[in-house]
Design a protein around this ligand. Structure first.
Ligand code: SF4
Length: 344
């Protein structure tokens, strides 16, 4: 059993069944979620016998820190963890003005195999457990506490397709947003999907108010399936309808992620098609100029093309941002998370 996989009520029941008083769950969850302490030996108001009991009931730490890399601009940190089965995992912290955003991974590797993505090259190794997802946030929270800061945004945009690990991801969302546990506002969380239609529909029924980002990357199915082999499984129009339904049910605006790749999807004709597709939707397009990934033969778009693309979106009155990536010097930018380390 993993302590960080449990809801507050599950922790309460477990401790009561172990003969502990009812206030113990609050004490323990304060250590885990408010102080981000995962080592029971540091829980100073617990007796030695209680610490032993807690350790005998479940595992506290699932991630072993291997390496932390800091970008040249000191705004992005990439964390490499080793899991108990020896798998490696990465998470990223992005600091931008007052935002402290953790980008969490949901799987080891990824089944989607997007053409521009380092994680996709690996294929899927396995799903993460709820505790392995939650602990990424808690360890980075602990890292920030040392600077007197806290995590205030979470994006499920690291390695993996979160909706292909639905149950573990949804439970991690419950834990990270429960005011009795980590307590982050649902509106400060974004889940990014490559477009798992049944997952989008299920998520819209979970009564969350989290933001949804669709990794669209193309204005039509023909280009999309070349960039995202996984997209062949899903009908393009049905996917767009599922995202519209999510917006309708949750009232959260949608972000469409669009990685601009030279010669593939960055022309004005593509921008025109995208404009027609998204006109009148409540959405933002997040343009991401492609980041070079070792071993992939794709090229960055030039600045002129990016500017022309943006002009077309302006004509269609579509809100857009262009994310000149942070952290690309440490391969922590979008689509660059892949395990370049070997751990003995
Ligand atoms: S971009 Fe996202 S969905 Fe695509 S392969 Fe990479 S991690 Fe998977």
């Amino acid at each position: 059993m993993e302590w960080t996989s449990l809801l507050f009520e599950e922790i309460s029941i477990l401790l009561q069944e172990a003969g502990q008083p009812s206030f113990r769950a609050k004490q323990l969850t304060e250590w885990l979620y408010q102080k981000a302490i995962l080592d029971p030996t540091k829980m100073t108001n617990f007796s030695a016998s209680l610490k032993d009991l807690l350790q005998s009931l479940g595992t506290f730490s699932l991630l072993e820190p291997v390496k932390v890399q800091e970008s040249d601009d000191l705004e992005t940190w990439k964390f490499l963890w080793k899991l108990q089965d020896g798998s490696l995992l990465e998470s990223v912290l992005i600091c931008s003005e007052k935002r402290r955003t953790v980008c969490v991974s949901s799987q080891v590797g990824c089944p989607a195999r997007c053409a521009f993505c380092a994680s996709g090259k690996l294929g899927l190794k396995r799903n993460l457990t709820t505790g392995e997802i939650v602990e990424q946030v808690l360890r980075i929270e602990n890292f920030l506490h040392e600077k007197g800061e806290s995590v205030n945004h979470i994006v499920y945009m690291g390695m993996g397709e979160p909706l292909e690990n639905f149950d573990a991801v949804v439970k991690s969302l419950r834990i990270l947003t429960d005011p009795k546990l980590f307590g982050l506002s649902q509106r400060h969380i974004t889940l990014s999907t490559v477009g798992v239609i049944e997952g989008i529909r299920k998520l819209s029924l979970e009564s969350f108010k989290i933001n949804l980002a669709l990794s669209l990357h193309a204005p039509n199915q023909n280009i999309r399936k070349k960039i995202i082999p996984y997209a062949r499984k899903y009908d393009f129009n049905e996917l767009m309808d599922a995202v519209d339904e999510y917006r309708e049910i949750t009232k959260r605006d949608i972000t469409y992620e669009y990685t601009l790749i030279s010669g593939i999807n960055d022309g004005v004709e593509h921008a025109e098609e995208l404009g027609k597709l998204l006109q009148f939707k409540h959405c933002t397009v997040n343009l991401i100029p492609y980041n070079p990934v070792a071993g992939l033969k794709l090229e960055k778009p030039d600045r002129g093309n990016i500017s022309a693309f943006r002009d077309v979106l302006d004509e269609y009155e579509i809100a857009h941002t262009c994310r000149y990536t942070k952290g690309d010097d440490i391969a922590a930018a979008c689509g660059q998370l892949a395990l370049q380390e070997t751990v003995c």
